[in-house]
Design a protein around this ligand. Structure first.
Ligand code: MSP
Length: 534
């Protein structure tokens, strides 16, 4: 937990979707939260004052119904399942600064305050709804879109139903041109770009006002002026991003500490909930006069052996399955796979045991661990486990013509890695950081210090090579630490450096951190394992 009100560092706010409590955690929710965690850790390492939010979405008809089916109160069901999501945080090494639940009084009172403001401004009004509704998604669908969808839910495939209700509405239609102007001025607002195009395409169909209350169930936040209405779960849920910072109660203690984090740098979500985040939420923020988030990042889906994961197919990568990966490969290998192989672009990514094993073996065992372990063993063998004394900053990274010096190379790589982290290009950040390990590997292979060491006259040369390797391993571990915090800490501890360092990511990774004489212990952060059964 690093967010503090005293810090003068630049605030950085990142959010996950809040997860429905009528589902159990699985690879999907763990994925989004892990991505946010990597970014949050990278920004903290860079000295930013980070606020990383996740939580659970606990109201709505589906929760009311599931609770009834199980003979319990909706609150009891919400408590039980919210705890499941919270339990995930420790084992996945997630460093969130808060966990918001929409049934908490702090959230409910602020949602009512926001809605009262929107009633007063005329952005919310009482009207009659007559149209299509997706029961599974608890989502109203316009006539045009219902037709496009062949009157079936795009998620469950079940028929849409007709719904007529006197409801409160949000005047979304009034924000069409304001949203268009905002989108035109902010081409990076929705990423990846392909997803933004989908939003812009749908926007051209024209916006209709959206209902913000329901009367056919009671498990929700009551409308402040008309308690027989409950606030529609999606409107309630979207507000979490603002209520967690206390923005609905600007004189409150929470806002005093946290208001500085607004606006979010990233709302990270899955592609299926983009419309709410890219259109409805920004329009609500415009109505409230709050600054816009910088970016809504909508990743694609993990699928399993080419198929969508679903309860009916029973092919979910659920928590018990994930735990088998933790046992075999460790949590950081899981985080590495999520970060480097996941569906951050517009394509879905297939999760397969075999691919996981291949990536683990090639990148973590044979590359990262191998360099850390060979370097530390040779330093042990030839220099008694102490960092050799040698000038390495000006040494070329390889024998290739025009190769940069180690210090120039790692400095440029650290800057590049940071820029990728900042831009939420997490796989690219991982690859840039790993390029230092690949350079260490190449240096060992090109120079063969284990052969040179056979002749004592070569020891100064061996010292220089191994000192460069050790410093390369250290810098890579610093840059990789947001993705693999525990393993990088292990490597950094073995390499005698007291943690990742301070002064920002680039400074922490600056060449020359390891001083001559520092004790370097043997370490092997990732071990070879058997391939999965075919
Ligand atoms: N409660 C709403 C979100 C409200 S946010 C104001 C909701 N919850 S959810 O429990 O269904 O979680 C949806 C999110 O889980 C997705 O947006 C995505 O982040 C994640 N995933 C669910 N299934 C997924 C995959 N198969 N693959 C990757 N992520 C997916 O919608």
């Amino acid at each position: 937990m690093s967010a503090s009100s005293e810090s003068s560092a630049r605030p950085a706010y990142i959010t996950t979707p809040i997860y429905y409590v009528n589902d159990r955690p699985h690879i999907g929710s763990a994925y989004t939260t892990t991505l946010c965690d990597v970014w949050a850790r990278a920004m903290r390492l860079d000295g930013r004052d980070v606020f990383f939010l996740t939580g659970t979405d606990e109201h709505g008809q589906k929760v009311e119904k599931s609770a009834k089916d199980r003979g319990m109160t909706p609150q009891a069901l919400a408590d039980e399942n919210s705890a499941e999501f919270r339990k995930l945080l420790g084992p996945f090494n997630l460093s969130n600064d808060d966990f918001i639940r929409t049934t908490e009084p702090r959230h409910e009172s602020q949602v009512q305050a926001f809605v009262t403001r929107l009633l007063a401004s005329g952005d919310i009004y009482l009207g009659e709804f007559n149209g299509w509704y997706d029961e599974g998604q608890e989502e109203y669908i316009t006539e045009l879109r219902a037709k496009e969808l062949d009157y079936k839910s795009p998620i469950s495939g079940k028929p849409l139903v007709r719904a007529t209700e006197k409801n409160y509405y949000f005047r979304l239609s009034a924000y069409q041109s304001k949203l268009e102007a905002f989108f035109a001025a902010n081409p990076g607002f929705v990423r990846p770009a392909g997803r933004f195009n989908e939003v812009l395409g749908r926007l051209r169909d024209g916006l209709q006002d959206v209902p913000v209350t329901r009367t056919n169930f009671t498990w929700g936040i009551p409308m402040p002026n008309a308690p027989e209405h409950v606030i529609y779960v999606w409107i309630d849920a979207l507000f979490n991003y603002a209520t967690a910072l206390g923005l609905g109660d600007d004189k409150g203690a929470l806002a005093k500490d946290r208001a500085k984090f607004w606006p979010p740098e990233y709302h990270v979500i899955g592609k299926e909930i983009l419309w709410f985040h890219a259109v409805i939420w920004p329009a609500m923020l415009m109505a409230l006069g709050l600054p816009m988030p910088k970016c809504v990042y909508a990743h694609s889906f993990w699928i399993r052996n080419g198929q969508k994961m679903s309860k009916s197919l029973g092919n979910f990568v659920d928590l018990p399955t994930i735990e088998t990966f933790f046992t075999k490969y460790g949590v950081d290998a899981w985080r590495w796979y999520m970060t480097t192989q996941g569906p951050l672009g517009t394509q879905d990514a297939d999760f397969s045991d075999k691919h996981f094993h291949e990536i683990y073996t090639a990148q973590l065992v044979n590359t990262f661990a191998n360099c850390a372990s060979r370097t530390s063993s040779m330093i042990e063998k030839y220099f008694g486990g102490a960092m050799p004394e040698a000038e390495t900053a000006s040494m070329p990274v390889s024998g290739a013509a025009g190769a940069p010096s180690w210090s120039a190379f790692t400095d440029a790589t650290a800057k590049k890695t940071l820029a990728h982290y900042e831009a939420f290009e997490l796989a690219e950040a991982a690859d840039a950081a790993l390029s230092i390990v690949r350079a260490v590997d190449l240096l060992i292979n090109e120079t063969a210090p284990f052969k040179l060491a056979k002749d004592p006259a070569n020891l100064p040369q061996v010292a220089r090579i191994l000192a460069a390797c050790a410093e390369g391993v250290r810098t890579a571990a610093v840059l990789l630490s947001p993705i693999m915090p525990a393993k990088c800490e292990e490597v950094l501890a073995a390499y005698g450096s007291g943690g990742v360092g301070t002064g920002g990511m680039v400074a922490a990774a600056r060449w020359g951190g390891l001083k001559a004489g520092t004790r370097i212990a043997k370490c092997a952060p990732f071990m070879r394992t058997d391939p999965p059964a075919a």
